[in-house]
Design a protein around this ligand. Structure first.
Ligand code: NAD
Ligand code: TYD
Length: 355
């Protein structure tokens, strides 16, 4: 079995759903259900014995030690994190606690567990740390995309905390021999993304006839990857990645924020027709820029392609179409997140599951 942390969040829940579409190997899902954790993402697994949910913190050393001793996973995939740049600007403390201290404690517990495994168990064990391209900082318009050799130059409390966690993971490999892997991925999009991030926020606001707030001039560039492609890359790295190595994962899809919002508006117009009050595009407003806003991220994903044979399946056109369709078909999911009803649902269901 494997231990997944943060499996009730956006990428983690997509990863678990995707995992069970390919495998029956049990997943222990450790998540402390912050505002971003939503067990409704995993309702398809209700009653499925392959999924064991444990509510808890990656920084709770006693709990993690007990989980490792009880379940004896062959791998840990660490998604758990505070993940939103804007929140890290408003309140960095939680980012330091989870992304740095939490990862450190998870590494400590993993190292102690790994040290006592048999020689074969030791060789086969993997600690896969899921990280971001934001650790590399910002590129100018014409600089080459980030390779794995690019210097770390994080700009926000979020990216600085993820950079710190990456350094700790590498240190546990170099110093103690823990068989680690790090992936640095570009911006993900797709189902179950919390509607504080660009795409789901813009879709939800457009449907509600609310303004679409673009930070600054909207010319910042992100490299967008459909979440299912991130999941397939992670499975491939877990299966065949070389320990101690880093793999950049990206979609070869550089788009400005303004292009993204225009595309979303056009797809909504095509799929459900316009607003009675005018065009979705009329909802666009430019608001004060994010402090320290990174201009451009771009991933050079040749290493994972050449060494592990991975490439994304979705093009931007197919991925964004699927995404808009999903949010249109799952407006109750968005409403439940926006009203906070998902929190009540979690409390009721979690308590019921335990009793
Ligand atoms: P998310 O915010 O949607 O989900 C994070 C999950 O972690 C939530 O379920 C939350 O409850 C859980 N969590 C937070 N703190 C925890 C703690 N202390 N203990 C246990 N669980 C905890 O994030 P996401 O977008 O799914 O990102 C997952 C990972 O992928 C993060 O590490 C992030 O840095 C990385 N990443 C994200 C993107 C992206 O575009 N979203 C891109 C590259 C890398
Ligand atoms: P976001 O989804 O927060 O991801 P990240 O900051 O990790 O890249 O934002 C993506 C881009 O969209 C980023 O350049 C900030 C911008 N943005 C807006 O212009 N308006 C918004 O309301 C949000 C949430 C983001």
């Amino acid at each position: 079995m494997i231990l997944v942390t943060g499996g009730a969040g956006f990428i983690g829940s997509n990863f678990i759903l995707d995992w069970f579409s390919q495998s029956d190997e049990v997943v222990i899902n450790l998540d402390n259900l912050t505002y971003a954790g939503n067990l409704q993402n995993l309702t398809a697994l209700a009653g499925d014995e392959r999924h064991v949910f444990v509510r808890g913190d990656i920084g709770d050393s006693a709990l993690v030690t007990k989980l490792l001793a009880d379940y004896r996973p062959r791998a840990i995939i660490n998604f758990a994190a505070e993940s939103h740049v804007d929140r890290s600007i408003l309140g960095p403390e939680a980012f330091i606690q989870t992304n740095i201290v939490g990862t450190f404690r998870l590494l400590e517990a993993s190292h102690a567990y790994w040290r006592d495994l048999s020689e074969t168990g030791k060789k086969d064990f993997r600690f896969l740390h899921v990280s971001t391209d934001e650790v590399y900082g910002s590129l100018t318009a014409h600089e080459p995309a980030f390779t794995e050799m690019h210097q770390y130059q994080p700009s926000s409390p979020y990216s600085a905390s993820k950079a710190s966690s990456d350094h700790l993971v590498n240190a546990y490999h170099r110093t103690f021999g823990l068989p680690t892997l790090i992936t640095n991925c570009s911006n993900n999009y797709g189902p179950y993304q919390f509607p504080e991030k660009l795409m789901p926020l813009m879709i939800a606001n457009a449907l509600a006839g609310k303004s679409l707030p673009i930070y600054g001039d909207g010319r910042q560039v992100r490299d967008w990857l459909y979440v299912a492609d991130h999941c397939s890359a992670l499975r491939r790295v877990l299966e065949a990645g070389k320990t101690g190595e880093t793999y950049n994962i990206g979609g070869w899809n550089e788009k400005t924020n303004i292009e993204i919002v225009h595309t979303l508006c056009e797809l909504l117009q095509e799929m459900i027709g316009g607003l009675t009050s005018g065009d979705y595009l009329d909802l666009i407003i430019h608001v004060r820029d994010r402090p320290g806003h990174d201009t451009r991220y771009a991933i050079d994903a040749r290493k994972i392609e050449h060494e592990l044979g991975w490439r994304p399946d979705e093009t931007f056109e197919t991925g964004i179409r699927k995404t808009v369709r999903w949010y249109l078909d799952n407006q109750d999911w968005v409403a439940s997140v926006q009203t906070g009803a998902y929190r009540d649902w979690i409390e009721k269901n979690y308590i019921r599951q335990r009793s």
